[in-house]
Write a protein that binds this ligand. Sequence first.
Ligand SMILES: [Zn+2]
Ligand SMILES: [Zn+2]
Ligand SMILES: [Zn+2]
Length: 307
Amino acid sequence: MKISSDVDKDKFLIRLSMNKDGMINPEISVLSKLRYPSFKKLFDLDDETALFRLEELEGAGLLKRVLWRTALACPSCRNLVLCVVLSCPSCGSTQVEVTNVVSCPVCKYRGGFEEFRSGRVFRCPRCGEHLSKKDIIREYKCENCNSLFSTPEKVYYCPVCKKTFSEASLEEKPIFSYRIADARLGEHISRRLKSVLNDVGGYVDVPGIVIGRSGVRHVFTGVVHSADEIALAVEVLMSDVYVGADHVLRSLIKVLDVSPKRFILIAIPRISPEARKILETNKVELIESSDLEEAVNGLELLVRKKS
Ligand SMILES: [Zn+2]
Ligand SMILES: [Zn+2]
Ligand SMILES: [Zn+2]
């Protein structure tokens, strides 16, 4: 599993597990851009960075793409919002006018709608037959070559590059939804974590949301609330190679603000020497493991040993 270090995997997994259906669905904005509003909001990203990040997470194996729709895009600029325009089947002009023509079912007289209307009455000017709406036929007239036709062609106008394209020349663009690559991993681990924390005794919250003394809302991987304090806070930090000092310090700031009775930090796959020094100086209990499941087993032992 490889991912750029600025992606906080822990935050990602926790937040995604908070998302009910676990799906990140796209939407096409009126500005013709493809965006993923729920993902963008979760990660506080702009539309373009969100697209980039989704591809990055997919490349890292954390997300899986699922085909959402295949859309027709402008072959020139890839814009997804195209205007469907009528065109003349004879000359290709897009100056096509729609007219209502009436055909009398009795005497077969054909003429423009206005010819059949006298005041409020709608009847044939030749035979006098009273007609109804169903006798009106929609007809198309080309302003360019004057031809009349009943089935116009459709072409697609791109409002971005201001060009018109035939349907055959449009680009087929698959659009994807994303879901967590192994949804059960997140669920399974959080269930295991919950059961281990239950042994501590108290109210278990995974992910654990705690309001610090400062009034700031903090999220830990899991917490155990007891009476009026936090009996235990557990933080899982993940990285490519090393969980670094910055990452660890961010957790310690939360600990400082929340003051749990006990704090255990799980580092996956290992911790940097600098971060280790910080933890040792601050007497933080540490579990280092290359595997999340193994780390939870380690947590179980650690929790039992002291309780
Ligand atoms: Zn275009
Ligand atoms: Zn024409
Ligand atoms: Zn008639």
